[in-house]
Design a protein around this ligand. Structure first.
Ligand code: ADP
Ligand code: MG
Ligand code: MG
Length: 888
């Protein structure tokens, strides 16, 4: 049997046995929601879904819809005609449809929807006659021409919008709804002309052509630049593809008993349990979101159309109970009849996600373990973001107030276009920008990403700016033009609110939790804990099987990480302690020393600093383990480069300027990342390893004596590629350490392990484990060396690799599970075969990346270690991995 590429809405739920995941994979999120609502007997305009597999097939066929699938599409159109009693392409009672994209995960504003498809010059007359409402018929047609031109043919929307504005001006009206049937008829003629001028052919009159072109356009839009940006940002794989939904139209634009709206079962900004939404009378599709008029809050519907409101509330509650999560719904009212057009688990801010997860547990709707799966680890990040300093905020003057669309505090310099935002931040001309716009659109996404906050003049709580900002965790105040006296000129780059004028570069602050706008810079402070956060993280920690450590080199970071729940330090880089002003000179002397004696003299100066640093770290960490890595980086990082520094150092070392300059030059390396660094330093200069060992052991002895609790130091030798290398350096460590411990007369244990960060180490892990008591996968270097390109230079060419779909993401951000991951898995297995109790962890940047953490859980590592601010993210990601795939 050939593959099934199409499903009627009425088929989906049964065909997939209500399995939401499988349904979403094939039908997309929107298609799955429509199928479920249909199965539940809710009022849904009927239609069918063309699967994500058909999208994959479209690309496999060289961006064509093959005959089998296109025949099947028209089969289903026929089926839909039977269901609706209308005929596609008919002149007296035409079946009009929407063509809607819908990927597995919603990608707001990324894919485009076409409404009223099936209209042409004759059908529009038929529709006018049948409904007795020519205004409505021509409104549908002008919308259709405009959307088809924009989405399918890429004739810019603005060309049409200018004409609408002109028409409104000529007729002396303010809103689209005030245009008459004749005005709209005239607009259709103008629109069709624009279409023809741009396309070189007339607007297609055959609905069958219209449909196939529209379906192709949706498939094609999966690969448009906006979609690619969004996908990368949200780690959505390219392979997924999008489904297409073809659905009978419900007309919200047929008069004053009609309208369209969106609603959430709970507040997506705060999580409060309260229906929230907006609607517009006599409007269609994206009118609410696009901000053509200011929408009314959903509560008004109770007065305006009480029965519709009651029905909607019942449906909303049923949907929330069924999906056991906050729902984001779209609906349309046609002549007093309610139609549901979409439902999905609503996007929400981190704050709302926690509130909702806790509330759903308290309401008995979900278990604690389910709750843990409901919050995206990455989202936690925004909770830890700075907020306005309370005192500074009190003193600041509010110049206006918009809608509190996405919480957070933003302060930055004003820019008026997304391109400017990008350019200013990239070039460093402005460090922090706030994007101020009439309204945002999907093209603005990159500019929105680099902005501290977004302020829009138009639009409500569900406008593009609001939805996207919440998704990104960026602060947003929308619709400030609704209740304030606002003038904005994006071209002249000026903005005025209640008489206060701003130009590009002026400072502004916005508060996404109150909607307040301040015409000045306001200081920010780090966010403090929240009770839902603590409760929620408790559930996560209970589920988690991986330990979460941190990478910290100084007491401040260590304390911060402990506060954020770190269970130890997985990586303490000793060289970072060397850069401080009071010690860099001694470090330089050590590097430039030409004799062992001179080097030992320099090391003797460094040692007390190092010991002091370790003591401070041990005091903060208490009984939590700390892994100290020995000197690692290429030496040139420490060398003096300025002549005056060389001169000063030469004087200290009793050398001439020339002598020292020669030494510095002799230390030059062609490829420092692969040069004289890591354990190679200790092999050539064992006295460095000896000094570091003294510092560690003495610090541990001192702090153990202070606290009465015996510390077990973990010493980590970096960049090992051969077991004999490790064996040699370890012998220096052991000799030095044992002597000190014996002198102290105590029973202190310590461990010596290594980093696995060179492919050869991974390949010979079984041998290396004979000497190493633990492995820590240094996945930054391991990625760099496995791919053969450096982290610092990759940005120069990775863009081209993404465009050409060679790599989908930055391997330094998300662990490459196929290649690098294979080395990790193999080394872990071989290492444990040699030494069953071998400790295993990861300490690259990947330790704080959710998908990489999941991988670490799945391959059986003991811990991940990441930067302090990512500790909560790693805790949650580890918990989710354990719930999804528990290990014995
Ligand atoms: P998005 O994924 O961007 O939300 P949608 O496919 O949901 O795109 O559609 C865009 C707008 O058009 C929404 O407001 C939706 O409710 C409306 N719409 C889509 N299909 C229909 C239909 N068959 N009848 C009426 N309105 C529709
Ligand atoms: Mg859209
Ligand atoms: Mg939608």
């Amino acid at each position: 049997m050939s593959k099934k590429y199409l499903y009627y809405f009425s088929e989906g739920s049964k065909a997939f046995n209500g399995d939401m995941t499988a349904m979403k994979n094939t039908l997309g999120g929107k298609g799955a929601g429509l199928a479920e609502m249909t199965a539940a007997g809710m009022p849904v305009p009927q239609g069918f879904t063309i699967t994500t597999e058909a999208c994959t097939q479209y690309y496999a066929d060289g961006r064509q819809i093959n005959e089998e699938i296109s025949a099947d599409i028209f089969e289903h159109v026929k089926g839909l005609e039977e269901i609706t009693g209308k005929k596609f392409g008919d002149n007296s009672n035409p079946l009009l449809v929407s063509v809607r994209s819908g990927a597995r995960q919603s990608m707001p504003g990324m894919m485009d929807t076409i409404l009223n498809l099936g209209l042409n010059d004759e059908a529009v007359e038929g529709l006018a006659k049948k409904t007795g409402n020519p205004r409505f018929a021509y409104d549908c047609y002008r919308r259709f021409v405009q959307m088809f031109a924009d989405v399918v043919m890429m004739v810019p929307k603005s060309l049409f919008e200018v004409e609408i504005d002109k028409m409104k001006e000529a007729k002396g009206v303010k809103n689209d709804v005030d245009l008459t049937a004749d005005d709209l008829k005239e607009l259709v003629a103008i629109f069709k002309k624009i279409y023809e001028e741009n396309e070189g052919r007339p607007f297609p009159q055959d609905p069958r052509d219209q449909l196939i072109e529209a379906v192709k356009a949706v498939f094609r839009s999966w690969d448009n630049p906006r979609a690619n940006v969004y996908r990368k940002m949200n780690e959505i794989p390219y392979e997924w593809g999008t489904a297409v939904n073809v659905q009978q139209m419900a007309f919200g634009n047929s008069g004053d008993r009609s309208g369209t709206g969106v609603a959430f079962t709970r507040d997506p900004a705060t999580g409060a349990k309260k229906l929230m939404g907006e609607y517009l009378i006599n409007a269609q599709g994206e009118d609410v979101v696009a901000g053509v008029r200011t929408p009314s809050p959903i509560s008004h519907l109770q007065e305006q159309m009480p029965e519709v409101y009651e029905e909607f509330i019942t449906i909303a509650n049923r949907l929330e109970n069924y999906f056991r999560d906050m729902q984001d719904m779209e609906f349309t009212i046609e002549d007093g009849h309610l139609y549901m057009l979409q439902t999905r688990n609503g996007k929400r801010t981190a704050q709302a996600a926690l509130q909702i997860a806790c509330d759903l547990v308290d309401e008995g709707m979900i278990t604690e373990r389910e709750a843990v799966l409901r919050v995206e680890p990455k989202q936690l990040d925004t909770l830890l973001h700075p907020q306005f300093d309370a005192a500074a905020l009190k003193a600041a003057e509010v110049v206006g107030k918009g809608l509190a669309a996405s919480p957070g505090s933003a302060c930055g310099q004003i820019v008026f276009t997304a391109e400017d935002a990008e350019e200013m931040v990239k070039s460093g001309k402005m460090k922090k920008v706030v994007l101020v716009r009439l309204e945002t659109s999907p093209e603005d996404i990159v500019g929105m990403q680099v902005s501290q906050g977004i302020l829009t003049v138009r639009g409500g709580m569900t406008s593009h700016a609001a939805v996207v900002a919440r998704g990104m965790g960026t602060c947003c105040v929308s619709g400030c033009g609704n209740d304030n006296d606002v003038k904005i000129d994006e071209e002249a780059k000026t903005f005025e609110i209640n008489g206060r004028k701003f130009v590009e570069g002026d400072w502004i602050s916005i508060d996404g939790s109150t909607g307040n706008i301040y015409g000045e810079q306001i200081a920010t402070v780090a966010a403090t804990g929240n009770k839902n956060f603590t409760r929620f993280m408790g559930w996560a920690d209970e589920a988690r099987q991986l330990l979460v450590m941190t990478n910290a080199d100084n007491p401040r970071d260590a304390q911060q990480a402990v506060d954020l729940g770190a269970e130890g330090i997985g990586l303490c880089r000793t060289e970072h302690m060397f850069f401080a002003e009071d010690r860099i000179k001694a470090v330089r002397e050590m590097i430039c020393a030409r004799t062992v004696e001179a080097r030992e003299a320099a090391l003797a100066k460094v040692e007390p600093f190092q010991q002091g640093d370790f003591e401070a770290m041990y005091r903060i960490m208490g009984e939590r383990p700390m892994t100290i890595r020995y000197l690692d980086p290429p030496l040139h990082e420490f060398l003096p480069s300025k002549d005056e520094d060389i001169a000063e150092l030469a004087a200290d070392m009793g050398l001439t300027f020339e002598e020292l300059k020669n030494i510095v030059e002799s230390l030059h390396e062609f490829n420092p990342m692969m040069g004289h660094r890591g354990c190679r330093l200790a092999v050539t200069y064992p006295e460095i390893a000896a000094m570091q060992t003294r510092a560690v052991i003495k610090a541990a002895l001192n702090v153990s004596a202070e606290t009465g609790k015996m510390i077990t130091p973990h010493i980590m030798i970096p960049l090992v590629g051969e077991v004999k290398e490790l064996k040699y350096v370890k012998s220096v460590v052991v000799e030095t350490a044992d002597k000190l411990i014996a002198e102290a007369g105590v029973d202190m244990k310590y461990q010596v392990g290594t980093m696995i960060e060179i492919p050869r180490a991974a390949l010979t892990a079984g041998e290396i484990a004979k000497e190493a008591e633990f492995f820590s996968f240094g996945t930054n270097d391991l990625t760099q060396m496995t791919f053969g390109f450096s982290r610092d230079d990759a940005a120069k060419f990775l863009g081209a690799y993404y465009d050409k779909k060679i790599y989908e993401s930055d391997p330094f951000q998300h662990l490459d599970q196929v290649g690098v991951g294979r080395l990790v898995k193999m080394a872990a297995a071989d290492g444990r075969a040699t030494r069953p109790d071998l400790g295993l962890g990861i300490c690259g940047e990947h330790g704080g990346d959710p998908t990489s953490v999941e991988f670490c859980h799945n391959v059986g590592l003991d811990y991940v270690s990441c930067s302090p601010f990512r500790v909560p993210i790693a805790r949650l990601a580890a918990a989710q991995a354990a719930i999804k795939n528990p290990r014995g």
